[in-house]
Design a protein around this ligand. Structure first.
Ligand code: 3PG
Length: 390
């Protein structure tokens, strides 16, 4: 059975050394400063804020904490150095950045402060190999391991999986909330449950579609995802974004595709959003860039009557104002639904821009991990915490 952090009483944590695996993998922006220099700033702090509750619990209990996190998808020498202060401010703590080379002397390390941040764990290629040696080095001198990196729970990495063999392992408050809400998304009655999917990567969303054919009343598919279905039906999608990496072996009356959409020439999109196409009429040099007005009308009506809506992925090229309407209207409709669960980096960025982030019942910090969970897959990080054992 998965153990939760609040099973550790404050007395048990006082003075103890704890590794906290967090997900601080957020978009960074380069902002110009004087003298033609630039400074690195955090583009979106949602994921960082989500780690605060567990960190506060540990700090209040008097534990000494080494936060372990990655930055970027690849193994690289990327560092938290330019943003460590900003991360500390968001978390309400003074964070001391620790280079990997200093990890060996844990007692000396904590002279630097109560909360330390180990530099990007993906600077060490052994991390992504789930290497036992790295896990042993990491855990040496520590008393407990707490995992709250739900967004990385689908990775079999050393600081997620191998480390749990070396220390008593606990799940943080975020993992608790994520698993409870996503489990509810899977198990709530089919009737009145609507899944809305958009975005581009059919390869990560097809397993979710398949898993929800028996779990949802309807599955609305917009964004570039819909292009795969149009193409399968022999419809010309012109130069639309399409992910050809998987074969679309799914067919069901529950799947609802857009009736109409906005299409235009991607190279001259600005101000040319007024092309409403019924299906069948995309020119070769045009791309489908948003769902159309009839689709918006039909889908908002469906969402309005839903008991639960689960949404991941924008409805079109929402970064461009001319093609953001579909995503905006769906975002508002989902926010008004009885119970709403949303997730995915692009979806969160879009609703945040609309000022709607706090209007949903639950916002998942997971991208790939949310989709894996909803696809019914076993997540390596949750397995390591004994989530699947009853
Ligand atoms: C994410 O950005 O979804 C998580 O931080 C996991 O990152 P990864 O896909 O690079 O493993």
């Amino acid at each position: 059975m998965m153990k939760f952090i609040d099973e550790l009483k404050k007395e048990e944590l006082d003075g103890k050394k704890v590794i906290l695996r967090a997900d601080l993998d957020v978009p960074l922006r380069q902002l110009p400063t004087a003298n033609h220099q630039s400074s690195t700033k955090i583009g979106d702090d949602f994921r960082i804020r989500a780690q605060k509750e567990t960190l506060d619990y540990l700090v209040d209990a008097g534990a000494k904490i080494l936060v372990v996190a990655h930055l970027g998808h690849e193994v690289s020498d990327k560092s938290f150095a330019p943003v460590v202060e900003e991360i500390g401010k968001i978390l309400g703590q003074t964070l001391t950045l620790v280079p990997h080379a200093e990890l060996a002397s844990v007692d000396i390390l904590f002279r630097g402060g109560q909360v330390l941040l180990l530099d990007n764990i993906r600077q060490d290629e052994r991390e992504v190999q789930n290497d036992e040696g790295l896990a042993a080095e990491l855990s040496n001198g520590f008393d407990y391991y707490v995992d709250d990196a739900f967004a990385t729970a689908h990775r079999s990495h050393a600081s997620i999986v191998a480390v749990t063999k070396h220390l008593p392992a606990y799940a943080g408050f975020l993992i608790k909330k994520e698993t409870e809400n996503l489990k509810q998304a899977m198990e709530a009655p089919t009737e009145g449950k609507i899944l809305v999917l958009g975005g581009a990567k059919i390869s990560t969303k097809l397993p979710v579609i398949k898993n929800f054919l028996d779990r949802a009343e309807k599955i609305l598919i917009g964004g570039a995802l819909a292009n795969n279905f149009f193409k399968m039906q022999g419809i010309n999608v012109g130069s639309s974004v399409i992910d050809d990496s998987v074969f679309l072996d799914v067919k069901s009356d529950k799947i609802i595709l857009p009736r109409d959409f906005l299409a235009g020439n991607k190279n001259s999109v600005s101000g040319s959003a007024s092309v409403y196409n019924r299906i069948m009429s995309v020119e070769n040099d045009e791309a489908i860039l948003d769902i159309g007005p009839e689709t918006i009308k039909e889908w908002t009506e469906i969402i309005k009557h839903a008991k639960m809506v689960i949404w991941n992925g924008p409805m079109g090229y929402s970064e461009h104002k001319d093609f953001a309407v579909g995503t905006k209207v769906i975002a508002e409709a989902v926010a008004a639904a009885g119970y709403s669960i949303i997730g995915g980096g692009d979806t969160i960025a879009a609703v945040d821009k609309l000022g709607l982030l706090d209007k949903y019942s639950f916002v998942s910090t997971g991208g790939g991990s949310m989709l894996s969970f909803l696809a019914g897959e076993k997540l390596a990080g949750l397995e390591a915490l004994s989530y699947y054992e009853n």
